[in-house]
Design a protein around this ligand. Sequence first.
Ligand code: DX5
Ligand code: ZN
Length: 230
Amino acid sequence: MVAGPSRVRLAPSLLSADFADLASAVRAAEEGGADAFHLDVMDGHFVPNITFGPALVAAVRRRTRLPLDVHLMVEHPRPFLAAFRAAGADTLVIHLECADPIPETLAAIRATGAQSGLAIRPESPISASFGLLPQVDELMVMGVRPGFGGQSFLPEALPKLAASRAEIDHRALPIELALDGGVTPEVARSAAEHGATFLVCGKSVYGTPDVAGNVRALRDATAGILHAVR
Ligand code: DX5
Ligand code: ZN
């Protein structure tokens, strides 16, 4: 059932914020009109970088009521799902390329009560995710190689968004289509035109001091682009 048109949602990525002052980072992005927060969990195996675990997610949870989108760049995410959910994650995103069985892990996410997310690395074909879509609440196309904030956008993500949008619409699935990595205002507009409904933005939000203004600039860049939401 079509619920009506909806604007593109923005999720600042705290990876690019000052970890010693996340409370201010959250407040400033909320002031600019952020719709959610994105938290990048890296294990040093799936990606060549290490960030944080459930304790930091819980600390952010205490500072905002907005949804928390937790991106698990983790080789074996399954043993940690319950802890991230208990910490306050609303969506738990695993990678198609991780070493745990994907259908079972997506089912385990939903069993915690969280929304299930599936992220796809740039080198993986998007069609590899299509058979899993009934188990997915958020499909996340990567615009950079996962591991670090502040990288340049890889334009091959755009046809992946378009192909995902066509598949989601054709099958009338209630899936949020996300883009993560390299999102500038210009990329944001293009991604929205290619069907994205959820944009993760790190450097373009936290790379300069006017965080609220940066969120507004991203919002303006996608103004007027509406998607039907089921
Ligand atoms: C990359 C992360 C992204 C990152 C995006 O490994 O998954 O979420 O924070 O940051 P920007 O927007 O700077 O590319
Ligand atoms: Zn991410």
